[in-house]
Design a protein around this ligand. Structure first.
Ligand code: SAH
Length: 414
Protein backbone atom coordinates (compact mmCIF):
# COMPACT_ATOMS: atom_id res chain seq x y z
CA UNK A 1 0.00 0.00 0.00
CA UNK A 2 2.81 2.37 0.86
CA UNK A 3 4.53 1.61 -2.40
CA UNK A 4 1.31 2.47 -4.21
CA UNK A 5 1.11 5.79 -2.34
CA UNK A 6 4.59 6.75 -3.40
CA UNK A 7 3.84 5.81 -6.98
CA UNK A 8 0.70 7.91 -6.99
CA UNK A 9 2.61 10.84 -5.61
CA UNK A 10 4.92 10.46 -8.58
CA UNK A 11 1.94 10.64 -10.93
CA UNK A 12 0.68 13.73 -9.19
CA UNK A 13 4.05 15.38 -9.45
CA UNK A 14 4.13 14.62 -13.12
CA UNK A 15 0.73 16.29 -13.52
CA UNK A 16 1.83 19.28 -11.58
CA UNK A 17 4.92 19.43 -13.78
CA UNK A 18 2.68 19.56 -16.84
CA UNK A 19 0.60 22.28 -15.29
CA UNK A 20 3.66 24.45 -14.61
CA UNK A 21 5.07 23.79 -18.05
CA UNK A 22 1.82 25.06 -19.58
CA UNK A 23 2.93 28.62 -18.92
CA UNK A 24 4.69 28.68 -22.28
CA UNK A 25 2.50 28.89 -25.40
CA UNK A 26 4.12 25.87 -27.03
CA UNK A 27 3.35 23.62 -24.11
CA UNK A 28 -0.26 24.70 -23.90
CA UNK A 29 -0.70 23.55 -27.50
CA UNK A 30 1.08 20.28 -26.82
CA UNK A 31 -1.06 19.68 -23.79
CA UNK A 32 -4.29 20.22 -25.69
CA UNK A 33 -3.24 17.84 -28.44
CA UNK A 34 -1.70 15.12 -26.38
CA UNK A 35 -3.64 13.35 -23.70
CA UNK A 36 -1.62 11.52 -21.10
CA UNK A 37 -3.45 8.32 -22.13
CA UNK A 38 -2.75 7.31 -25.74
CA UNK A 39 -6.21 5.77 -26.25
CA UNK A 40 -8.31 8.31 -24.37
CA UNK A 41 -11.14 9.55 -26.55
CA UNK A 42 -11.39 6.20 -28.34
CA UNK A 43 -11.74 3.97 -25.29
CA UNK A 44 -14.48 6.07 -23.74
CA UNK A 45 -13.54 4.90 -20.24
CA UNK A 46 -11.86 7.90 -18.65
CA UNK A 47 -13.69 11.07 -19.60
CA UNK A 48 -11.69 13.08 -17.03
CA UNK A 49 -8.25 11.59 -17.76
CA UNK A 50 -6.60 14.96 -18.38
CA UNK A 51 -8.09 16.76 -15.41
CA UNK A 52 -6.33 17.02 -12.06
CA UNK A 53 -7.92 14.93 -9.34
CA UNK A 54 -9.10 18.10 -7.59
CA UNK A 55 -10.83 19.24 -10.79
CA UNK A 56 -12.50 15.85 -11.16
CA UNK A 57 -13.87 15.99 -7.61
CA UNK A 58 -15.07 19.56 -8.09
CA UNK A 59 -16.93 18.55 -11.29
CA UNK A 60 -18.58 15.57 -9.62
CA UNK A 61 -19.50 17.61 -6.58
CA UNK A 62 -21.10 20.23 -8.84
CA UNK A 63 -23.01 17.63 -10.83
CA UNK A 64 -24.43 16.08 -7.67
CA UNK A 65 -25.46 19.46 -6.30
CA UNK A 66 -27.18 20.32 -9.59
CA UNK A 67 -29.02 17.03 -9.76
CA UNK A 68 -29.85 16.41 -6.12
CA UNK A 69 -29.52 19.81 -4.45
CA UNK A 70 -33.29 20.20 -4.52
CA UNK A 71 -33.66 17.29 -2.08
CA UNK A 72 -31.43 18.82 0.60
CA UNK A 73 -27.88 19.60 1.65
CA UNK A 74 -25.12 17.68 -0.16
CA UNK A 75 -22.15 16.87 2.09
CA UNK A 76 -18.64 17.29 0.60
CA UNK A 77 -17.74 14.47 -1.78
CA UNK A 78 -15.49 11.74 -0.33
CA UNK A 79 -12.35 11.68 -2.49
CA UNK A 80 -9.77 8.98 -2.95
CA UNK A 81 -6.20 9.08 -1.60
CA UNK A 82 -5.08 6.77 -4.43
CA UNK A 83 -6.95 7.68 -7.61
CA UNK A 84 -4.68 5.63 -9.91
CA UNK A 85 -4.81 1.87 -10.61
CA UNK A 86 -7.77 1.33 -8.32
CA UNK A 87 -9.66 -1.15 -10.50
CA UNK A 88 -9.41 -4.62 -8.98
CA UNK A 89 -11.23 -6.10 -11.98
CA UNK A 90 -9.73 -5.91 -15.45
CA UNK A 91 -11.40 -7.20 -18.61
CA UNK A 92 -9.74 -7.50 -21.98
CA UNK A 93 -10.89 -8.80 -25.34
CA UNK A 94 -8.30 -10.75 -27.35
CA UNK A 95 -7.53 -10.81 -31.06
CA UNK A 96 -4.78 -12.07 -33.34
CA UNK A 97 -3.71 -9.57 -35.98
CA UNK A 98 -2.86 -10.67 -39.53
CA UNK A 99 0.82 -10.29 -38.61
CA UNK A 100 0.29 -12.94 -35.92
CA UNK A 101 0.66 -10.39 -33.12
CA UNK A 102 -1.79 -10.90 -30.25
CA UNK A 103 -3.50 -7.78 -28.99
CA UNK A 104 -5.73 -7.40 -25.97
CA UNK A 105 -7.70 -4.50 -24.67
CA UNK A 106 -10.97 -2.70 -24.74
CA UNK A 107 -13.46 -2.13 -27.54
CA UNK A 108 -13.29 1.22 -29.26
CA UNK A 109 -16.41 3.05 -28.08
CA UNK A 110 -19.44 1.99 -30.11
CA UNK A 111 -17.49 -0.48 -32.29
CA UNK A 112 -16.03 -3.98 -32.21
CA UNK A 113 -12.48 -2.83 -32.92
CA UNK A 114 -10.11 -3.73 -30.15
CA UNK A 115 -7.92 -0.93 -28.85
CA UNK A 116 -4.74 -2.48 -27.48
CA UNK A 117 -4.26 -1.67 -23.79
CA UNK A 118 -0.73 -2.19 -22.55
CA UNK A 119 -0.76 0.31 -19.74
CA UNK A 120 -3.88 1.78 -18.14
CA UNK A 121 -4.03 4.52 -15.51
CA UNK A 122 -6.92 3.00 -13.59
CA UNK A 123 -6.42 -0.75 -13.91
CA UNK A 124 -4.58 -2.89 -11.39
CA UNK A 125 -0.89 -2.91 -12.31
CA UNK A 126 -0.34 -6.58 -11.56
CA UNK A 127 -3.28 -7.46 -13.80
CA UNK A 128 -1.66 -5.42 -16.58
CA UNK A 129 1.50 -7.57 -16.27
CA UNK A 130 -0.52 -10.80 -16.26
CA UNK A 131 -2.42 -9.71 -19.40
CA UNK A 132 0.91 -9.18 -21.16
CA UNK A 133 2.09 -12.67 -20.18
CA UNK A 134 -1.19 -14.15 -21.42
CA UNK A 135 -0.69 -12.44 -24.80
CA UNK A 136 2.75 -14.11 -25.08
CA UNK A 137 1.39 -17.50 -24.03
CA UNK A 138 -1.55 -17.36 -26.44
CA UNK A 139 0.99 -16.94 -29.20
CA UNK A 140 3.42 -19.62 -28.06
CA UNK A 141 0.64 -22.15 -27.32
CA UNK A 142 -0.98 -21.30 -30.67
CA UNK A 143 -4.35 -20.74 -29.03
CA UNK A 144 -6.83 -19.24 -31.47
CA UNK A 145 -8.63 -16.02 -30.63
CA UNK A 146 -12.33 -15.71 -31.33
CA UNK A 147 -13.50 -13.86 -34.41
CA UNK A 148 -17.05 -12.59 -33.98
CA UNK A 149 -17.72 -12.41 -37.71
CA UNK A 150 -16.64 -15.91 -38.65
CA UNK A 151 -17.48 -17.49 -35.27
CA UNK A 152 -14.09 -19.22 -35.44
CA UNK A 153 -11.49 -19.27 -32.65
CA UNK A 154 -11.41 -20.05 -28.95
CA UNK A 155 -10.37 -17.20 -26.66
CA UNK A 156 -12.79 -14.28 -26.34
CA UNK A 157 -11.85 -12.38 -23.20
CA UNK A 158 -9.73 -12.54 -20.11
CA UNK A 159 -10.90 -11.20 -16.77
CA UNK A 160 -8.48 -10.72 -13.89
CA UNK A 161 -9.64 -10.00 -10.36
CA UNK A 162 -7.30 -9.10 -7.55
CA UNK A 163 -8.12 -9.18 -3.85
CA UNK A 164 -6.05 -6.32 -2.49
CA UNK A 165 -6.09 -7.28 1.18
CA UNK A 166 -5.26 -10.98 0.76
CA UNK A 167 -3.19 -10.75 -2.42
CA UNK A 168 -5.26 -13.51 -4.07
CA UNK A 169 -5.61 -13.27 -7.86
CA UNK A 170 -8.16 -14.93 -10.14
CA UNK A 171 -7.68 -15.29 -13.90
CA UNK A 172 -10.79 -16.13 -15.93
CA UNK A 173 -10.24 -17.26 -19.52
CA UNK A 174 -13.48 -16.74 -21.42
CA UNK A 175 -13.78 -19.15 -24.34
CA UNK A 176 -16.30 -19.69 -27.12
CA UNK A 177 -16.28 -23.48 -26.66
CA UNK A 178 -15.45 -25.93 -23.86
CA UNK A 179 -12.30 -27.60 -25.25
CA UNK A 180 -9.14 -25.77 -24.18
CA UNK A 181 -6.09 -27.44 -25.79
CA UNK A 182 -3.08 -28.13 -23.51
CA UNK A 183 -4.90 -26.46 -20.68
CA UNK A 184 -2.76 -27.93 -17.89
CA UNK A 185 0.45 -26.84 -19.56
CA UNK A 186 -1.01 -23.40 -20.25
CA UNK A 187 -1.89 -22.90 -16.59
CA UNK A 188 1.51 -24.24 -15.53
CA UNK A 189 3.31 -21.82 -17.85
CA UNK A 190 1.16 -18.93 -16.61
CA UNK A 191 1.81 -19.74 -12.97
CA UNK A 192 5.51 -20.18 -13.66
CA UNK A 193 5.69 -16.51 -14.58
CA UNK A 194 3.05 -15.42 -12.03
CA UNK A 195 3.05 -17.68 -8.98
CA UNK A 196 0.88 -15.02 -7.29
CA UNK A 197 -2.14 -16.25 -9.30
CA UNK A 198 -4.21 -18.32 -6.87
CA UNK A 199 -6.93 -19.57 -9.20
CA UNK A 200 -7.55 -19.97 -12.93
CA UNK A 201 -11.05 -20.54 -14.30
CA UNK A 202 -12.28 -21.27 -17.81
CA UNK A 203 -15.60 -19.57 -18.46
CA UNK A 204 -17.58 -20.77 -21.45
CA UNK A 205 -19.57 -18.11 -23.27
CA UNK A 206 -21.19 -19.36 -26.46
CA UNK A 207 -23.54 -16.39 -26.79
CA UNK A 208 -22.95 -13.60 -29.29
CA UNK A 209 -23.72 -10.70 -26.97
CA UNK A 210 -21.68 -7.94 -25.38
CA UNK A 211 -21.89 -9.70 -21.99
CA UNK A 212 -18.37 -10.87 -21.15
CA UNK A 213 -19.07 -13.95 -19.02
CA UNK A 214 -21.15 -17.02 -19.79
CA UNK A 215 -22.85 -19.16 -17.16
CA UNK A 216 -20.47 -22.16 -17.12
CA UNK A 217 -17.18 -22.18 -15.24
CA UNK A 218 -14.54 -24.95 -15.25
CA UNK A 219 -11.92 -24.56 -12.57
CA UNK A 220 -8.47 -25.09 -14.13
CA UNK A 221 -6.43 -24.33 -11.03
CA UNK A 222 -7.12 -23.47 -7.38
CA UNK A 223 -10.48 -22.97 -5.71
CA UNK A 224 -12.38 -21.19 -8.48
CA UNK A 225 -12.86 -18.05 -6.37
CA UNK A 226 -10.79 -15.50 -4.44
CA UNK A 227 -11.31 -14.04 -0.98
CA UNK A 228 -10.89 -10.40 -0.05
CA UNK A 229 -11.33 -8.46 3.20
CA UNK A 230 -13.57 -5.40 3.46
CA UNK A 231 -14.36 -3.54 6.69
CA UNK A 232 -12.76 -6.40 8.65
CA UNK A 233 -14.97 -9.11 7.09
CA UNK A 234 -13.83 -11.79 4.67
CA UNK A 235 -15.63 -12.24 1.35
CA UNK A 236 -15.46 -15.00 -1.20
CA UNK A 237 -15.90 -13.74 -4.77
CA UNK A 238 -16.80 -16.06 -7.67
CA UNK A 239 -16.21 -15.12 -11.33
CA UNK A 240 -19.84 -14.18 -12.03
CA UNK A 241 -20.52 -12.34 -8.75
CA UNK A 242 -20.55 -8.57 -8.52
CA UNK A 243 -17.83 -7.03 -6.37
CA UNK A 244 -17.12 -3.30 -6.08
CA UNK A 245 -14.14 -2.39 -8.28
CA UNK A 246 -12.49 0.15 -5.95
CA UNK A 247 -12.00 -1.59 -2.59
CA UNK A 248 -10.40 1.33 -0.75
CA UNK A 249 -13.31 3.65 -1.54
CA UNK A 250 -15.83 0.84 -0.97
CA UNK A 251 -14.82 0.68 2.69
CA UNK A 252 -15.49 4.43 3.03
CA UNK A 253 -18.80 4.04 1.18
CA UNK A 254 -20.01 1.16 3.35
CA UNK A 255 -18.95 2.88 6.59
CA UNK A 256 -20.89 5.98 5.52
CA UNK A 257 -23.96 3.91 4.63
CA UNK A 258 -23.84 2.18 8.01
CA UNK A 259 -23.29 5.47 9.83
CA UNK A 260 -26.38 6.87 8.01
CA UNK A 261 -28.45 3.88 9.15
CA UNK A 262 -27.66 4.63 12.82
CA UNK A 263 -28.13 1.00 13.87
CA UNK A 264 -28.52 0.22 17.57
CA UNK A 265 -28.60 -3.59 17.53
CA UNK A 266 -32.41 -3.85 17.63
CA UNK A 267 -33.23 -3.41 13.96
CA UNK A 268 -34.45 -5.79 11.30
CA UNK A 269 -32.42 -4.78 8.24
CA UNK A 270 -33.00 -5.55 4.57
CA UNK A 271 -29.99 -5.52 2.21
CA UNK A 272 -31.59 -5.29 -1.24
CA UNK A 273 -29.43 -5.99 -4.32
CA UNK A 274 -26.93 -7.45 -1.84
CA UNK A 275 -24.42 -9.09 -4.23
CA UNK A 276 -22.13 -11.33 -2.17
CA UNK A 277 -23.65 -9.92 1.03
CA UNK A 278 -21.06 -7.26 1.80
CA UNK A 279 -23.18 -4.38 3.16
CA UNK A 280 -25.52 -6.63 5.14
CA UNK A 281 -22.64 -8.57 6.65
CA UNK A 282 -20.84 -5.41 7.76
CA UNK A 283 -24.14 -4.10 9.21
CA UNK A 284 -24.98 -7.42 10.91
CA UNK A 285 -22.79 -6.69 13.97
CA UNK A 286 -25.04 -3.73 14.79
CA UNK A 287 -28.43 -5.23 13.84
CA UNK A 288 -30.84 -7.79 15.28
CA UNK A 289 -31.39 -9.51 11.97
CA UNK A 290 -30.35 -8.98 8.35
CA UNK A 291 -32.12 -10.26 5.24
CA UNK A 292 -30.33 -10.08 1.89
CA UNK A 293 -31.92 -10.40 -1.55
CA UNK A 294 -30.05 -10.79 -4.83
CA UNK A 295 -30.89 -11.98 -8.35
CA UNK A 296 -27.56 -13.60 -9.30
CA UNK A 297 -27.46 -17.16 -7.94
CA UNK A 298 -23.65 -17.34 -7.84
CA UNK A 299 -23.54 -14.17 -5.74
CA UNK A 300 -26.14 -15.62 -3.35
CA UNK A 301 -24.09 -18.81 -3.02
CA UNK A 302 -21.05 -16.64 -2.20
CA UNK A 303 -23.13 -14.63 0.29
CA UNK A 304 -24.26 -17.78 2.15
CA UNK A 305 -20.65 -18.97 2.31
CA UNK A 306 -19.52 -15.55 3.44
CA UNK A 307 -21.96 -15.60 6.35
CA UNK A 308 -20.40 -18.89 7.50
CA UNK A 309 -16.88 -17.59 6.89
CA UNK A 310 -17.57 -14.62 9.18
CA UNK A 311 -19.64 -16.49 11.76
CA UNK A 312 -22.67 -14.25 11.05
CA UNK A 313 -25.67 -16.08 12.47
CA UNK A 314 -28.25 -13.31 12.17
CA UNK A 315 -28.20 -13.02 8.38
CA UNK A 316 -30.11 -14.91 5.69
CA UNK A 317 -30.11 -14.61 1.90
CA UNK A 318 -32.76 -15.04 -0.78
CA UNK A 319 -32.15 -15.59 -4.47
CA UNK A 320 -34.90 -13.49 -6.04
CA UNK A 321 -35.74 -10.38 -7.99
CA UNK A 322 -35.64 -7.57 -5.41
CA UNK A 323 -38.94 -6.11 -6.67
CA UNK A 324 -40.81 -9.44 -6.45
CA UNK A 325 -39.30 -10.16 -3.04
CA UNK A 326 -40.38 -6.78 -1.72
CA UNK A 327 -43.93 -7.24 -3.04
CA UNK A 328 -44.04 -10.55 -1.14
CA UNK A 329 -42.76 -8.95 2.06
CA UNK A 330 -45.20 -6.05 1.78
CA UNK A 331 -48.15 -8.42 1.19
CA UNK A 332 -47.18 -10.51 4.22
CA UNK A 333 -47.01 -7.35 6.31
CA UNK A 334 -43.37 -8.04 7.30
CA UNK A 335 -41.71 -5.54 9.60
CA UNK A 336 -38.42 -4.03 8.48
CA UNK A 337 -36.73 -1.13 10.25
CA UNK A 338 -33.95 -0.24 7.83
CA UNK A 339 -33.64 -0.90 4.10
CA UNK A 340 -30.26 -0.65 2.39
CA UNK A 341 -30.79 -0.54 -1.34
CA UNK A 342 -27.95 -0.66 -3.87
CA UNK A 343 -29.53 -1.24 -7.29
CA UNK A 344 -27.71 -1.31 -10.63
CA UNK A 345 -27.37 1.92 -12.61
CA UNK A 346 -30.92 1.58 -13.95
CA UNK A 347 -32.29 2.08 -10.42
CA UNK A 348 -35.18 0.19 -8.83
CA UNK A 349 -38.39 -0.83 -10.55
CA UNK A 350 -41.93 0.24 -9.73
CA UNK A 351 -42.64 -3.04 -7.88
CA UNK A 352 -39.71 -2.46 -5.55
CA UNK A 353 -40.42 1.21 -4.97
CA UNK A 354 -44.11 0.82 -4.26
CA UNK A 355 -43.43 -2.11 -1.91
CA UNK A 356 -40.81 -0.18 0.04
CA UNK A 357 -43.43 2.51 0.56
CA UNK A 358 -45.87 -0.14 1.76
CA UNK A 359 -43.33 -1.76 4.10
CA UNK A 360 -42.58 1.74 5.41
CA UNK A 361 -39.20 1.16 7.10
CA UNK A 362 -38.10 3.88 9.48
CA UNK A 363 -34.97 4.49 7.40
CA UNK A 364 -33.90 3.87 3.82
CA UNK A 365 -30.23 4.07 2.89
CA UNK A 366 -30.03 4.35 -0.89
CA UNK A 367 -26.61 3.63 -2.43
CA UNK A 368 -26.53 4.56 -6.08
CA UNK A 369 -24.09 4.48 -8.97
CA UNK A 370 -26.59 6.30 -11.23
CA UNK A 371 -27.36 9.85 -10.05
CA UNK A 372 -30.13 10.29 -12.65
CA UNK A 373 -32.09 7.24 -11.56
CA UNK A 374 -31.37 8.17 -7.94
CA UNK A 375 -32.99 11.57 -8.51
CA UNK A 376 -36.01 9.84 -10.12
CA UNK A 377 -36.37 7.40 -7.21
CA UNK A 378 -35.90 10.10 -4.55
CA UNK A 379 -38.68 12.09 -6.19
CA UNK A 380 -40.94 9.04 -5.93
CA UNK A 381 -40.11 8.42 -2.27
CA UNK A 382 -40.41 12.00 -1.09
CA UNK A 383 -43.63 12.63 -3.03
CA UNK A 384 -46.53 13.27 -0.68
CA UNK A 385 -44.15 13.80 2.25
CA UNK A 386 -43.96 10.17 3.36
CA UNK A 387 -40.14 10.25 3.40
CA UNK A 388 -37.67 13.05 3.74
CA UNK A 389 -34.04 13.18 2.66
CA UNK A 390 -31.88 13.58 5.77
CA UNK A 391 -28.33 13.25 4.45
CA UNK A 392 -26.61 12.95 1.06
CA UNK A 393 -22.98 12.40 0.17
CA UNK A 394 -21.03 11.49 -2.95
CA UNK A 395 -18.15 9.02 -2.83
CA UNK A 396 -15.65 8.88 -5.67
CA UNK A 397 -15.36 5.21 -6.55
CA UNK A 398 -14.38 5.77 -10.18
CA UNK A 399 -11.69 8.42 -10.51
CA UNK A 400 -10.83 9.65 -14.02
CA UNK A 401 -14.30 8.62 -15.21
CA UNK A 402 -17.43 10.73 -14.94
CA UNK A 403 -19.22 8.11 -12.82
CA UNK A 404 -20.34 8.98 -9.29
CA UNK A 405 -21.53 6.91 -6.36
CA UNK A 406 -23.93 8.52 -3.88
CA UNK A 407 -25.35 7.55 -0.49
CA UNK A 408 -28.63 9.04 0.68
CA UNK A 409 -30.42 8.63 3.99
CA UNK A 410 -34.20 8.94 3.94
CA UNK A 411 -36.32 8.82 7.06
CA UNK A 412 -40.05 8.22 7.40
CA UNK A 413 -42.11 11.18 8.40
CA UNK A 414 -44.10 10.19 11.48
N1 SAH B 1 -24.56 -4.28 -2.68
C1 SAH B 1 -23.63 -5.08 -3.46
C2 SAH B 1 -24.00 -5.21 -4.91
C3 SAH B 1 -24.38 -3.95 -5.65
S1 SAH B 1 -24.41 -4.07 -7.40
C4 SAH B 1 -22.21 -4.56 -3.29
O1 SAH B 1 -21.98 -3.45 -2.80
O2 SAH B 1 -21.29 -5.28 -3.67
C5 SAH B 1 -26.07 -4.45 -7.75
C6 SAH B 1 -26.43 -5.89 -7.53
O3 SAH B 1 -27.83 -6.01 -7.88
C7 SAH B 1 -25.70 -6.93 -8.37
O4 SAH B 1 -25.18 -7.92 -7.53
C8 SAH B 1 -26.78 -7.50 -9.30
O5 SAH B 1 -26.61 -8.88 -9.57
C9 SAH B 1 -28.03 -7.28 -8.47
N2 SAH B 1 -29.31 -7.16 -9.20
C10 SAH B 1 -29.54 -6.62 -10.42
N3 SAH B 1 -30.86 -6.62 -10.70
C11 SAH B 1 -31.48 -7.17 -9.63
C12 SAH B 1 -32.85 -7.44 -9.31
N4 SAH B 1 -33.82 -7.13 -10.16
N5 SAH B 1 -33.12 -8.00 -8.12
C13 SAH B 1 -32.13 -8.30 -7.25
N6 SAH B 1 -30.82 -8.07 -7.49
C14 SAH B 1 -30.49 -7.51 -8.66
Amino acid sequence: MQKQDIKNKKHFNRNQGQKNASSTKLNVKQQIKKSKCPISGKCGGCQYIDKTYEEQLALKDKELRNLLGGFGEMEPIIGSDNPYHYRNKVNAAFRRKKSGEIISGTYEEGTHNILPVTNCFIEDEQATKIMSTIRDLIRSFKITTHNEDTGYGLLKHVMIRTARKTGQIMVVLVTASPVFPSKNNFVKALRNVHPEITTVVQNINQKHTSVVLGDRNNVMYGKGFIEDVLCGKRFRISPNSFYQVNPEQTEKLYMKAIEFAGLTGKEVVLDAYCGIGTIGMVASDKAKEVIGVELNKDAVRDAINNAKLNGCKNISFYNNDAGKFMVGMANEGSKVDVVFMDPPRSGSDEAFMSSVMKLAPEKIVYISCGPDTLARDLKYMTKGGKYKVERMVGCDMFSFTQHIETVVLLSRNG
